[in-house]
Design a protein around this ligand. Structure first.
Ligand code: FE2
Length: 295
């Protein structure tokens, strides 16, 4: 076990945030204070109160199956006891965002890095870097769904390969992660539902992503997504809607090697644009959009 080393404020796809060159750390569960557990409780209650009608069924079922509750911060070891037999995945404790290659390597080997610390009570609504609540509540439950878990592993493998293709290939891959793993919606018989962790762990964006007139909701298309810029400082201008986790997994089966240089020849699409070739679920009004700042 190595001592986490904090590298202050590198520019990443998440904006200007700390990146840690740390190895895996043990979750210091006994060190959590009553305040820490209270923050979990508040956030858990707040999110589950609205997610019953908004999150996809797989997420809701898995949260319950894993034993996540408002009783306090879960122990990673307890969650792994349920998760690992189900899909072979395990969660590991980390200090925060990891260098890209380390992150891809963990995913390729079915390890999901979870930040061990939780936000302060005065940060309930906004935090620039991922904390335990985002990583654990937002990301981990869907790792119980085999097709999604396989997609995550395929993404990690793809990331390791993409490194040989340079920065633009990594940017394209990051957009795919952003618009699916972080901000994805799924079409179900009950209507659109959320599966992206960035939405699931955000009080305001759950309702916004599904019900606001402002953002676009567009059918998932791999090349379209990999070429579309996004927002890191506001709610998204566009959400992409998958038909099923099978569709998502199938889209990543092919080798992206020939795709990267093809896509790099095209102009990237601004975050809020709607194209003639899009399958449009909802064309956003654009209300409240900032005109600059897509990354
Ligand atoms: Fe995340």
């Amino acid at each position: 076990m190595t001592t986490p080393q904090r590298v202050e404020h590198q520019q990443t796809d998440k904006g200007s945030v700390p990146v840690y060159t740390t190895a895996v750390v043990e979750q210091p569960w006994d060190a959590y204070t009553d305040t820490d557990h209270g923050v979990w409780q508040t956030l858990f209650r707040r999110q589950t109160a609205q997610l019953g009608q908004q999150a996809c069924r797989e997420f809701l079922d898995a949260t319950e199956a894993m034993g996540m509750s408002d009783a306090g911060i879960p122990k990673f070891s307890d969650l792994n006891a349920v998760l690992k037999p189900r899909t072979g995945w395990e969660i590991i404790g980390v200090e925060g965002l990891l260098p890209e290659l380390d992150f891809f390597d963990h995913l390729a080997n079915k390890r999901f890095p979870v930040t061990w610390w939780i936000r302060r009570p005065d940060q309930l609504d906004y935090l620039s870097e991922p904390d335990l609540f985002h990583d654990l509540f937002g990301h981990v439950p869907l790792l119980m769904t085999p097709l999604f878990a396989d997609y995550m592993q395929a993404y990690g493998r793809g990331g390791l390969r993409a490194h040989g293709f340079g920065a633009e290939a990594l940017a394209q891959l990051t957009r795919l992660y952003w618009y699916t793993v972080e901000f994805g919606l799924i079409n179900t018989p009950e209507g659109l539902r959320i599966f992206g962790a960035g939405i699931l762990s955000s009080k305001g964006e759950c309702d916004y992503s599904l019900n606001s007139e402002a953002p676009n909701r567009i059918g998932f298309n791999l090349q379209r997504v990999m070429n579309t810029r996004y927002r890191i400082d506001t709610y998204q201008k566009t959400y992409f809607v998958i038909d099923s986790f099978q569709q998502l997994f199938d889209a990543t089966l092919a080798d992206f090697g020939p795709l990267y240089p093809e896509l790099a020849k095209r102009e990237t699409v601004p975050a809020g644009n709607v194209l003639d070739s899009d399958t449009v679920f909802h064309r956003g009004t654009g209300e409240g959009w900032l005109q600059t700042g897509d990354v």
